[in-house]
Design a protein. Structure first.
Length: 122
């Protein structure tokens, strides 16, 4: 999976979002070991310290747990994973609606456009 990092926001924040996405989409399954900091940093093309900062934040959130002898594993708490997935979806929806409103669309118009794009009802 490609790391599409850009310079408009802090890199560690983008890494954090990518790792969350990999967890909620099942690329990293509950209870699974995730690659090492060094391996992930190499894959993403970033400094290991930057990757470590993002992974530490994932640990603080509870999505990832550090185990002394076996590295980091993804939480098995499916409710936490669902909540994170829903939070990400809500953020995406808010961003989309904000952009549409900046274009001058009202709520009803946005819904109508979504229905047209999907070919059905939302």
């Amino acid at each position: 999976m490609a790391w599409n990092l850009n310079s408009d926001r802090p890199i560690y924040a983008q890494i954090l979002e990518e790792m969350q996405l990999r967890i909620v989409t099942g690329l990293y399954k509950p209870g699974a070991k995730i690659p090492s900091v060094r391996d992930l940093a190499t894959e993403a093309g970033v400094n290991p310290n930057t990757m470590q900062k993002a992974l530490a934040e994932l640990e603080r959130s509870g999505l990832v747990m550090a185990q002394r002898t076996s590295g980091r594993i993804v939480t098995e708490d499916m409710e936490m994973i669902r909540e994170t997935r829903n939070k990400i979806a809500q953020e995406q929806i808010k961003d989309f609606v904000d952009k549409m409103q900046k274009l001058g669309f009202q709520k009803e118009e946005i819904i109508k456009l979504l229905e047209q794009a999907e070919g059905g009802t939302v």
